[in-house]
Design a protein around this ligand. Structure first.
Ligand code: PMP
Length: 356
């Protein structure tokens, strides 16, 4: 039976990425050695790293004045690296979920954190509007896509202080105007690569403005100067990222990806909205994530939740269980998810609904 992988992350990757990475594990770049056992300083891997960085910039249209660095530690380490490198006294955070909260918590170790708005009052099922940014803050931090709650800030915001974004779960899902951001970072394990790789797109002129000494490994400058080779990079995830970037380019780039993602999301949200059994947890279409679609059973069908879960699993739907803080279901439909899988999920929902 075909499996449809709706996991929130690590998550579905293009077959192209998985196949090419598997081949390189057996024989890397014609060396007769596995990707897993070659020196990261060898010319073959240095070429991979250079190409990955260049293609990352090309696909995302990263303007001059920015550098892309690959580090370890996940997005979670960026929660600390961002304030370490940028915060003097005060930083502003938009609290749209658990990850934003965790990011703000780290920043509190470095100074005052102003929460410009929060959607905690409704279990983060919307993006707060109409808030203002303190002009004396060193930066504003946002989470562009809230993986757990299925909300997304789909526009590149205009703010008058440096803007920092955690884009772990929507990077490469749409074209982004990087020039509006000081830093965009994320874990790679959704739209790019397996876990173990973290990216940060850093505007060079935002660095060097804090007084404190920064540990070498936590200093963006280290990784910029050493082209992400200060220490041993995670070679396999980097190689896989390169394959995904090639796949993105071959498939028409981010405009095409965005169109496809919108189509998939619209199809699924429409099916949920017109269902007698399911309802979306995010009401405002503007706030609905095109990457993570969260839905629950309507109250009158609440007791069928487990039954639907089991039914969907029996039909090959993998990991559609919602995060424990939301409940219900979450279908993560990242770039690599074909529309056929979304249709298969809708068929399963309809079949289940008909039989009850
Ligand atoms: N931010 C967001 C939006 C996420 O979805 C996640 C992980 N799901 C994280 C941060 C944490 O990422 P990591 O596990 O790479 O530290």
């Amino acid at each position: 039976m075909k499996k449809h992988n709706f996991s929130a992350g690590p998550s579905i990757l293009p077959d192209f990425t998985i196949k090419n990475t598997a081949e390189a594990v057996l024989n890397f770049a014609g060396t007769g050695l596995s990707l897993l056992e070659v020196s990261h300083r060898g010319k073959e891997f240095v070429a991979v790293m250079d190409e990955t960085r260049a293609l990352f910039k090309e696909v995302l249209n990263v303007p001059a004045g920015y550098e892309v660095v690959f580090v370890g530690g996940g997005a979670s380490l960026q929660f600390c690296m961002v304030p370490y490198n940028l915060m003097n006294k005060k930083a502003a955070y938009l609290i749209t979920g658990e990850w934003a909260n965790k990011a703000a918590k780290e920043a509190k170790l470095f100074g005052e954190v102003v929460e410009v708005a929060s959607s905690k009052d409704k279990n983060f099922n919307y993006i707060p509007k109409g808030w203002s940014v303190p002009t004396d803050a060193d930066y504003l931090h946002i989470t562009t896509n809230n993986t757990i709650y299925g909300t997304e800030i789909k526009k590149d915001l205009d703010v008058n202080i440096p803007l920092v974004a955690d884009a772990s779960s929507d990077i490469f899902s749409r074209p982004m105007d990087i020039s509006k951001y000081a830093i965009v970072y994320g874990g790679a394990q959704k739209n790019l690569a397996p876990a173990g790789l973290t990216f940060a797109i850093v505007r060079e002129d935002v660095l060097g403005k804090v007084e404190r000494p920064i540990p070498t490994m936590l200093n963006y400058k280290t990784h910029m100067e050493k082209e992400s080779m200060f220490n041993t990079p995670p070679v396999l995830p980097v190689y896989a990222a390169l394959q995904t970037l090639k796949w993105l380019k071959q498939n028409g780039g981010l405009e095409v990806m965005h169109k496809r993602n919108n189509e998939k999301a619209e199809l699924l949200y429409n099916a949920i909205d017109s269902s007698k059994m399911f309802k979306a947890t995010v009401n405002d279409a503007e706030d609905r994530s095109i990457m993570n679609v969260c839905f629950v059973m309507k109250d009158e069908y609440a007791e069928l939740e487990k039954e639907f879960q089991a039914f969907a699993s029996s039909k090959g739907m993998v990991d559609i269980k919602g995060h424990r803080s939301v409940g219900g279901f979450r279908a993560s439909i990242y770039n690599a998810m074909p529309i056929e899988s979304v249709k298969a999920l809708i068929d399963v929902m309809n079949e289940f609904t008909k039989s009850h």
